[in-house]
Structures are given as C-alpha cells and as structure tokens.
Design a protein around this ligand. Structure first.
Ligand code: TXA
Ligand code: MG
Length: 333
C-alpha cells in the first residue's frame, strides 16, 4: 500500500516529499480542490507512461497538465483573448482550458496522445504550491483505475491504486468533489467538453455568451470518451421513486421515496438541498454505498441546474451499460 502523508502537520515537508517523488519519475497522489490526481512530471515521458499503466487507461486518452499559474501555462499553450478572460476569472479553480499547444512546449507527447491541443488548469491549494516549487507542469488524471469512481479522499487513492503510487498527500476531503469543467476555446468560441465543478452559469456570466456543447454525432472531441464511467461494483438506477429493501438509496434533500424506511441504507447527499454540498459528497457516497454490498445503488432525482448538470452527467455514466463502445459527446478519465 502507498504511504499516506498528511499535509496538516508539516506542509513544507509534504511539498518537499512530493517534489522528490516527481523528480524521481514516480507517481504522486495529489490533492486538488476537485478530486485527487495521479501526478507525474509532465515533461518525463516514462513517468507519464507509468500513469497510464497504473490506471489501466487506454493509451489514446490525453491528460490534463496542471500549472502553477497562467505564466507557466503560457510556455505551453497559446491564449487567445477569450481564453485569457476565462483564465483570469477562474484560475486557480476548477476550470480546464483546451488550447493550441505551442511547438516549443517540452510536455511529453504521451500527455496529449498526439493531439495538437493541450488541456491546462491551475489548481487551488497545496497542488499549486507543489507545482510552483517543482517548476514544471504536472500531468494528472483523476487517481482512480480507469472507469472507476474518482477519489475525493486520500484513502480512496491508496485503496484503488495500491503500490502503483509512491506517496499520497492527504489534504482531507476535496472541497469541490467533481472534476474540473473542461472548455475548449477556439476562434472566439467557448465549447463545453465536460461539465464539472464550475457551473455553466458562472462561465456564461464572464463570456457573455451561452456555452456551446460539443455533441456532433459520431465525432469524438476528446479521444477518450466512453459512456460507462464512474462505475461502482453494484448496478445503478437513477431518478427512482421507490427503493427495494436490498438496495442502497442515495437521496437528495430528503425526498419522499417509497420504501425508504426499509432500504438497506440511505445516504443523503445534502439534506438541506444544496448542490455544492451534494457535489462534494457524491463520489465518497458512491464508494461508501458500494461497500455496503446492496443489490443496487439507486439515486433520488437531483436537479439539473447549476452544479446539477455535472452531477447528473456523472450519474448517467455510472448507470450506463458497462463495456460499451465509445459514444460521441461523452468523456471519461
Ligand atoms: O479536476 C480534474 O480535472 C481532475 C484533477 C486531477 O485535475 N483531473 C481529471 O483528469 O479529471 P482526467 O484525466 O480524469 O480527465 C481528463 C479529461 C479526459 O476526458 C480527456 O479526454 C480530456 O480531459 N482531455 C485531455 N486533454 C484533452 C485535449 N487536448 N482535448 C480534449 N480533451 C482532452
Ligand atoms: Mg477521471
């Protein structure tokens, strides 16, 4: 099992330990405000290859590069004015921008999986401090095996990835709990590739335009796109109005679901009906529900406004038939 090091007691020591793991070309469990990442030096091709091996991830699915700030990102991608505006408004924070990659960028080609764009983001908190100290971008997908639930706690990482990761820094539960929102910026247009921890409304308030949604049938925008993802072991049903005694109910705002009193267990994502709280609890609730060993995990309806767009996106993948072919308009990682 990987070493887990809490950042609470000695953050400086944690930053040093993280940088030496990265400098050796090994893998680090990196806390960010969205989910825990499986991090490696983005300029070291062998280290990046270890990420794919540890996740069991299809080689063709590109990775997000984490930067300390826009200045670092400017050495790797080209910012048009709309991209600058979004970066200034939301970095550090849960927004990933897909931008044209500069030829001089030393990021390993395995990171982009052959695309001429690069996905970049500036995370909040200790991750930003580590990248600043390390001085180079860090490639990091979510620290789960491919297709599984994304980790929002250090224990999830150690549990799912075991020895493949040298060190997991523990910064407690992730504040946002959903992966970053991915937006591609191209010729003055912003295109939503993946809903996430930054809601559509917040982005549109800054751009002044409605965000385009990538959904051209048959065209894969990001190469790694699959319907089934975030899958717990148990089957998943959504928008239920009733629950069987053998099933675990994941509720939102204490809804009147038939059979609730007899359900194997009930986990309410936010008894007071707050979507930010539900987002932060979602993946941990799915992990806990899975360990309860019910015949299915069933979800009460969750509103689709604000962060509800990203929550419902993740739930649809969790409920999708497993092992199906990639579909347009869906992403995994
Ligand atoms: O919050 C997050 O975004 C977390 C934390 C660790 O930063 N990371 C994360 O990474 O969710 P991952 O690898 O699980 O998801 C990255 C997604 C994938 O669906 C991938 O296809 C897409 O980003 N992606 C990466 N580079 C891309 C590119 N150049 N063009 C389009 N999509 C890209
Ligand atoms: Mg992922």
């Amino acid at each position: 099992m990987a070493d887990i090091l809490s950042i609470a007691d000695a953050p400086e020591r944690a930053i040093d330990a993280a940088c030496s793991v990265l400098a050796r070309g090994d893998l680090l469990g990196l806390p960010t405000e969205t989910v825990y990442g499986l991090a490696a030096d983005a300029t070291n091709g062998e280290a990046v290859a270890r990420i794919y091996a540890a996740k069991g991830r299809p080689r063709f699915n590109p990775l997000i590069c984490h930067m300390s700030d826009r200045g670092m990102a400017e050495a790797h991608v080209r910012f048009e004015p709309l991209a600058e505006k979004l970066a200034d408004a939301f970095w550090p924070g849960p927004l990933t921008l897909v931008l044209p990659r500069l030829k001089r960028s030393p990021v390993a080609s395995l990171v982009t999986a052959g695309l001429d764009t690069l996905a970049v983001r500036v995370p909040r908190g200790i991750a930003g401090d580590i990248i600043r100290r390390f001085g180079r971008p860090i490639a990091a997908p979510s620290a789960n095996r491919s297709g599984r639930i994304s980790p929002t706690r250090a224990e999830h990482v150690a549990h799912d990835l075991g020895d493949a990761v040298s060190l997991v820094l523990d910064a407690g539960p992730c504040a946002v709990g959903l992966e970053s929102t991915i937006v591609k910026v191209e010729s003055g247009r912003a295109i939503l590739l993946r809903p996430g921890g930054l809601s559509r409304d917040e982005i549109e308030a800054v751009t002044g335009h409605s965000l385009l949604r990538h959904e051209t049938p048959g065209v894969l925008e990001a190469p790694g796109m699959m319907a089934s993802h975030y899958a717990p072991d148990a089957p998943v049903r959504l928008n239920v109005t009733s629950v069987a005694p053998s099933e675990v109910l994941i509720d939102f705002a204490d809804q009147p679901i038939i059979g609730k009193e007899q359900a194997r267990a009930v986990i309410d994502l936010s008894p007071s009906g707050r979507l930010t709280e539900a987002a932060a609890q979602l993946f941990d609730a799915m992990q806990r529900a899975d360990r309860l060993g019910g015949s299915a995990i069933v979800f009460a309806p969750i509103p689709t406004t604000g962060l509800g767009e990203a929550i419902n996106d993740r739930l649809q993948r969790a409920a999708a038939p497993r092992g199906v072919e990639p579909q347009a308009g869906t992403q995994f990682g």
